[in-house]
Design a protein around this ligand. Structure first.
Ligand code: ZN
Ligand code: ZN
Length: 406
């Protein structure tokens, strides 16, 4: 019987032993009755999201796991951030993520987040959207708070340019330069765009009002993280499954959109510590009625890793355990579930590391093994795989794989 599949990515959940946790990892230390029970019925093991020792980003790892070689298709996160904000991208477009920021008249950055501006960014982005410089069309859209995305469309563009954002307050906005021959035009257009953004935004009514209220004006848009929009084969054509995703972060949502995986937006799914995990699991159960494959990303463990807070990570894992328990209580019989991570984010590092992550494959007829769902006991399990193996394993477990040969 053909089955459906759920892939649960616990973002950055992999970790290293912490002194604060009696020398255990957060997954080992946390009280996780549901994950433990599922592990007993699953094939378990360790996964290198990209390859052994490679420190994966969330974007490159998700691409690799979903079947898109990041070494072929990834040139920067800009296009995925833009797609995550529902901007339309064409292959070859160059996209950036941006901040609305505050600069003084000498172009020195006073605040990279324009006083964490919350309102009026739609109007400010609209004032820049649709501009043309030389033969290049320019699109701008606001994101959450001070965030925005920028898309350049035209001939002869390159993603190999430096950032205008100096990444520090008290520094001057940087002149964008070509990082490779052939990128000079893109650098020139971008410098002109940043100058014009200052001219337009510094006199904008929204900023006059902000200044009258004693707030910092959002008087410039600072691009960074250039990337070229790739052409990705549609997920359904690649895997013969109709895909949906329940993800809170624009970056992963954007990858899914570009791959033709339908995003399901869940109110209360914030991509932060306070995300409503139960609401996400209910959305997964709903999506299973219509789709063959549902990807869920839970961002909170990664945030705890970046914040170097092992106890917070334990708390997040225990909340995840309850949400996963709820999912399994209501799970139809014909569903395969994989639970894993996109990379490790050890609290002792405060950033992503190249350590492998635990993975477990649950199916009613899975070959259960001796492993558990943490970094150490998973090594007793049967699997030792790379992220690029995962879709094959899912298709095999759900009886969808094509035979190779006779
Ligand atoms: Zn991640
Ligand atoms: Zn991270």
């Amino acid at each position: 019987m053909i089955k459906k599949a759920v892939l649960i990515i616990l973002d950055g959940v992999g970790d290293r032993p912490a002194n604060e946790l009696e020398g255990k990892t957060p997954l080992q230390y946390a009280n996780t009755p549901n994950l433990d029970k599922i592990a007993k019925k699953s094939t378990t093991g360790l996964m290198d999201p990209i390859a052994p020792g490679i420190r994966a980003g969330s974007d490159t790892s998700h691409m690799n796991i979903l079947g898109y070689d990041p070494y072929k298709h990834y040139s920067g996160r800009g296009p995925f951030e833009a797609a995550g904000l529902d901007m339309e991208l064409e292959p070859g477009d160059i996209a950036f993520r941006c901040n609305f920021a505050t600069v003084d008249e000498n172009m020195v950055v006073k605040d990279r987040r324009a006083g964490r501006i919350k309102e009026g960014t739609h109007e400010l982005a609209s004032a820049l959207n649709g501009m043309q410089i030389e033969d290049v069309q320019i699109f701008v859209k606001e994101g959450v708070e001070h965030r925005a995305a920028l898309v350049l469309r035209g001939p002869g563009l390159s993603p190999h340019v430096s950032d205008a954002d100096p990444h520090e307050t008290g520094k001057k906005v940087q002149e964008v330069v070509a990082l490779e021959p052939g990128a000079e035009k893109t650098a020139r257009i971008l410098n002109e765009f940043v100058r014009r953004s200052y001219d337009i935004l510094s006199t904008h009514e929204i900023n006059r009002e902000r200044e009258a209220q004693g707030k910092l004006p959002a008087n410039i848009l600072l691009p960074r993280g250039a990337g070229m929009a790739p052409h990705l084969k549609k997920f359904e054509a690649l895997h013969e499954m109709r895909g949906a995703c329940v993800v809170g972060t624009p970056l992963i949502r954007g990858i899914c959109k570009m791959a033709g995986i339908t995003p399901i937006d869940v109110p209360g799914a914030t991509g932060g510590y306070d995300t409503d995990m139960m609401a996400k699991m209910r959305a997964v159960l709903d999506a299973l009625q219509e789709f063959d494959f549902v990807l869920v990303n839970i961002k909170a463990p990664d945030i705890a890793g970046h914040d170097s807070r092992p106890r917070k990570k334990v708390e997040v894992i225990e909340r995840i355990d309850r949400a996963v328990g709820y999912l399994f209580e209501h799970l139809p019989d014909d569903v395969v579930v994989v639970i894993t991570a996109d990379h490790s984010t050890p609290c002792s590092v405060g950033d992503h590391s190249g350590d492998p992550v635990p993975v477990m494959l649950y199916a009613p007829d899975a070959r259960a093994d001796e492993g558990g769902f943490d970094e150490i006991s998973a090594a007793r399990g049967a699997l030792r795989i790379r992220g690029s193996d995962l879709m094959n394993i899912i298709k095999n477990a759900s009886n969808r794989a094509h035979k190779f040969g006779a």
